[in-house]
Design a protein around this ligand. Structure first.
Ligand SMILES: [Zn+2]
Length: 160
């Protein structure tokens, strides 16, 4: 099909609409505070390859999208790093976190080489004080936020 075929434009707008419809907000399980802007998942290996960046000091996903670490994506990521076990099912762009998300009061969790490393205990907190995720922003890391799964939940934007 030619690049400028009208069906392509139709597909693109359908796709944008679908990505929009799939938007969710990560929330705190303890106090229900919203932790992210509305974001939509990247769920397939093909989409991951097309959209994600796997490079040191670079965000893995663009703003507004997060990588869902399930199914074939999870399999590929696990094959990439032998022995690695996902501790969360989502990799979120740090810029999609809301301003009111704080940092752990435990200084040790905020250490790193050039910036905060997510290799230890959870290092970001909700304003209720619960640790809700890992902030990865160091020079030896891919930059992302991983939610603590049992401290958070996903809600549909339509519920608002
Ligand atoms: Zn909370």
């Amino acid at each position: 099909m030619a690049e400028n075929h009208p069906a392509n434009a139709l597909f693109r707008s359908w796709f944008d609409l679908r990505v929009n419809e799939m938007r969710q907000i990560l929330a705190c399980a303890t106090c229900k505070t919203e932790l992210t802007f509305p974001i939509s998942p990247i769920e397939t290996a093909a989409e991951m390859r097309a959209i994600c960046t796997f490079a040191l000091e670079k965000p893995v996903t663009p703003r507004g999208r997060y990588l869902l670490i399930e199914g074939e994506v999870r399999k590929i990521r696990m094959a990439f790093a032998k022995g690695w076990q996902p501790r969360s099912n989502a990799w979120i762009n740090l810029d999609d976190l809301r301003d009111w998300i704080g940092y752990s009061p435990h200084q040790k969790r905020l250490s790193g080489c050039c910036d905060i490393s997510g290799s230890g205990e959870p290092n970001r907190i909700c304003h209720c004080g619960k640790h809700i995720g890992w902030h990865h922003a160091d020079c030896h890391e891919w930059h992302l936020f991983e939610p603590v799964m049992d401290a958070t939940f996903w809600k549909k934007t339509k519920d608002e």
